[in-house]
Design a protein around this ligand. Sequence first.
Ligand SMILES: O=C(O)C(=O)C[C@]1(C(=O)O)C=C[C@@H](O)C=C1
Length: 431
Amino acid sequence: MQAISPSHNLNSHSIIRPSNPRRLNHFTRLAIRCVYRHESVQFPNGVGSSRADWQSSCAILSSKVFSQDQGSGDNSSPPSNSDHIAAAVNGHKTSIDLNLVPIDKNNKPQPPAQKPLSITDLSPAPMHGSQLRVAYQGVPGAYSEAAAGKAYPNCEAIPCDQFEVAFQAVELWIADRAVLPVENSLGGSIHRNYDLLLQHRLHIVGEVQLPVHHCLLALPGVRKEYLSRVISHPQALSQCEHTLTKLGLNVTREAVDDTAGAAEYIATNNLRDTAAIASARAADLYGLQILADGIQDDSSNVTRFVMLARDPIIPRTDRPFKTSIVFAHDKGTSVLFKVLSAFAFRNISLTKIESRPHRNRPIRLVDDANVGTAKHFEYMFYVDFEASMAEVRAQNALAEVQEFTSFLRVLGSYPMDMTPWCPSRGDDQIP
Ligand SMILES: O=C(O)C(=O)C[C@]1(C(=O)O)C=C[C@@H](O)C=C1
């Protein structure tokens, strides 16, 4: 275990956990928009390709913004992220020190102590030797932490309380990479991260697919019959929807920020009527017992994460690459067919299409004097395709797409995760 930086050691802001997890979401969003410092985790050598590979020199791939409409797309970022984060931290004046670590009566290893970053933690960090600092959303034991360990063995994993904070941590040089979930095989897309990809200027430099094996966790001695509530990340709740019903649990379901945070919350507040959906590692860290194992509705449940960096990597052709783009057009969905055909004609397979509201111009009015005014919803389209930007066919496809769109941005061209398929097992989550 290693703290993120010796210089990151000024006034510690306390983490205030409200008494109910719904408020925790709300409260966190409003008031504690800063990176928390838990003891960060160093992963042992393990899964994945060589680190040098992932850390390959940054440059060249031009992630261009072709926009006729300066007001559209990522030019519409919310006010400066650093302002945002600094204001929130400055505004967070409380200095009560809450011990959120459950007391383990069985002398089990204690989870890492949680210390939020202070304002100076948000200034550019000095170099940390060769160890890569990887920001993820959640607390230790979250699947995102496991994904960080899979993507970057030996990395120093830095927990963040919100997805946006993970983006900011990289932008402010507190972290070198962020690892963020974008889609799950059962729960679908994590829309927030699609929106954030557009609002920030980070580049996708890789992807990892993590088998997600959920457990039902409760305090030692608690039986299923005692439960009146199950809490977890909304994705995890949706991934276990049917199994929870099949288990015959008469429980309400409540969403919290992350799966491991739900486990920690139960332990901290000694809640005997509440269970969490989280990993076996979270059970271990927070001293909970596993009431049911493998409760995801599909055993091949898998979440796809992307790795983000300040600079793009150099696209190559000696291994399978994927490229992610986002585009929009003044005339809305009418150009979609033309755009997609640019890939089809070149035999480039698409692996994902996602549409999100065009936040700057959500509605387009089309007047027809005879009939009235039609209100069309406007979208941003995200497409992943199986080709490297180093390939001529991909460059030609994008040149053509550019002709049909008013806004186009390459989010990244990166190696595909080709690790052999292995259905989710509990030990996959243990870095
Ligand atoms: O809460 C966690 O443990 C996370 O890492 C987040 C998250 C998600 O956002 O989808 C990641 C993977 C699982 O699909 C469930 C939750």
